[in-house]
Design a protein around this ligand. Structure first.
Ligand SMILES: Cc1cc2nc3c(=O)[nH]c(=O)nc-3n(C[C@H](O)[C@H](O)[C@H](O)COP(=O)(O)OP(=O)(O)OC[C@H]3O[C@@H](n4cnc5c(N)ncnc54)[C@H](O)[C@@H]3O)c2cc1C
Length: 431
């Protein structure tokens, strides 16, 4: 089976599929290799799919793609043990074409998306693991698979193999990721009657809500939880940096059980039946953890390139955009008949000058900052909850006196100064 292709894409997630789709559309002979039984069978996402980047690949995809609900409301809950401060936005404009984003179930969505790449002419091979890149004279020239006689050759290999990217690591593009560079998330898909979902989340048919959970959802460890509405299921999950889980000696499934029983979440899922349990890593090291993304005959896209904006829970969209840029660089290399790093670096230039690179740079210090200073999640969220409770409890105390008490409760002059300094630092790393 030592066949030669123009391009081999390893991994059929959003990054790999969009790259294969664009290349096949342009008439390139592309092979898409997936280790799972089918694309999506191993993939996990909360799952908000962003319309714009998907539409850049397949216009008006929402008319045929297997989507769950268009999201019309985004809420953010800052949770303490028995309370939560909730902010959010609901807008009817998000419920109409062209929409803002959708909830999806990746097992269905990736399968459909890969089918579209195949329609364009890509060759999809499932249940095949790429074991290593074949390197000759300092250039990647193909891949070794776990199939008998499974060496395959190509002018370019695109590594879209997700968060761990053992392949990029074996090329020396990055080291083993540290526990503070990756998060581990667990989630359940909970079956619930469609009408019950709409009543509980105040939705009409074909409308969806996303709720991001902070603070006590992760027992104060740096991380987030999420609760998203699908058609007749809910996606509930929670994830934290590995370093936080190790430090606090908490197992990821314990966090999920905790959040399921939290008084702010329990009523939403009451009576629901868990039908799927999933766990996956998320690259959260940000800009400073990005590996080398282009080499001689090779490109690295999506999670494999650490392209996740953890602050905005964006990953699939960055993956798709990077896949498109990689395809663009391959087409340029093909035109020049030069697959060297110098030409393929066009990908990096496009990536870093787009919103992908800009957003990665914008939040380059944020995860590390909140990891280094745990008081934001451990102390300030409970403090804000207590302040809200005091302010809105009607007990005959004047509002001025309440404000004074809240301010007193912040602590000593030194603690107040620390709060002000932390607020300034948070603004600095997010601005
Ligand atoms: C719990 C959770 C919630 C998330 N929520 C959101 C969200 O709401 N919105 C959002 O945009 N992003 C979200 N993300 C992030 C998002 O899922 C990823 O950023 C996105 O899937 C990255 O796409 P990818 O194609 O790079 O990688 P993946 O989707 O991981 O795809 C990699 C593919 O490569 C295959 N593969 C790996 N190694 C090999 C090999 N050696 N040989 C062959 N095949 C291989 C895998 O089976 C897989 O199909 C979430 C992630 C998690 C874990």
């Amino acid at each position: 089976m030592s066949e030669k292709f123009d391009v081999i894409v390893v991994g059929a997630g959003p990054a790999g599929i969009s790259c294969a789709y664009e290349l096949a559309k342009a008439g390139v002979n592309v092979l898409l290799i997936e280790r799972g039984e089918y694309p999506g069978s191993k993939n996990v996402m909360g799952g908000v799919l962003y319309r714009k980047m998907m539409e850049d690949v397949i216009p008006e995809f929402w008319k045929e793609a297997p989507l769950e609900r268009p999201v019309v409301e985004q809420r953010f809950m800052m949770m303490d043990k028995e309370s939560a401060i909730t902010v959010g936005y609901k807008g009817m404009e998000w419920g109409q074409e062209p929409y803002n984003n959708f909830t999806v179930l990746r097992a269905k969505f990736d399968q459909w998306f890969a089918g579209k790449a195949v329609e364009q002419g890509a060759l999809l091979v499932n249940e095949t693991v790429v074991l290593e890149c074949i390197v000759e004279n300092g250039k990647v020239v193909g891949v070794r698979t776990d199939r008998p006689d499974g060496d395959l050759y190509a002018d370019v290999v695109v590594l879209a193999d997700g968060v761990n990217s053992l392949l990029a690591k074996s090329l020396g593009f990055h080291k083993e990721f540290r526990p503070d560079e990756v998060a581990l998330a667990t989630m359940e898909i909970i079956k619930l009657d469609k009408k019950t979902i709409e009543d509980r989340f105040n939705l009409e048919e074909n409308q969806g809500t996303t709720i991001e959970l902070f603070g006590d959802a992760t027992k104060g460890i740096l991380g987030t939880g999420f609760l998203y509405t699908n058609k007749d299921t809910l996606s509930l999950g929670v994830g934290s940096l590995l370093s936080g889980l190790i430090k606090h000696k908490i197992k990821p499934y314990e966090l999920l059980e905790y959040v399921k029983n939290h008084p702010m979440i329990r009523p939403y899922i009451a009576g629901g039946e868990p039908v799927e349990y999933l766990a996956h890593m998320i690259p959260e090291g940000g800009y400073k953890s990005m590996p080398k993304v282009a080499g001689n005959g090779v490109l690295v896209v999506g999670d494999a390139a650490q392209l996740v904006n953890a602050i905005h829970r964006e990953g699939s969209n960055l993956a798709m955009k990077s896949g498109q840029f990689a395809a663009e660089a391959v087409l340029l290399a093909k035109e020049r008949e030069d697959y060297s790093e110098a030409t393929l670096n066009h990908y990096k230039t496009r990536l870093m000058s787009s919103f992908v690179g800009q957003d990665m740079k914008k939040y380059k210090d944020s995860t590390h900052h909140f990891d280094k200073f745990p008081q934001y999640f451990e102390k300030y969220i409970p403090m804000a909850n207590k302040a809200m409770s005091q302010m809105f409890t009607v007990d005959g105390t004047s509002k001025w006196d309440k404000q004074k008490k809240i301010w007193r409760d912040v602590g000593t002059a030194g603690e107040k100064l620390k709060l002000a300094r932390d607020a300034y630092r948070a603004w600095k790393v997010m601005k």
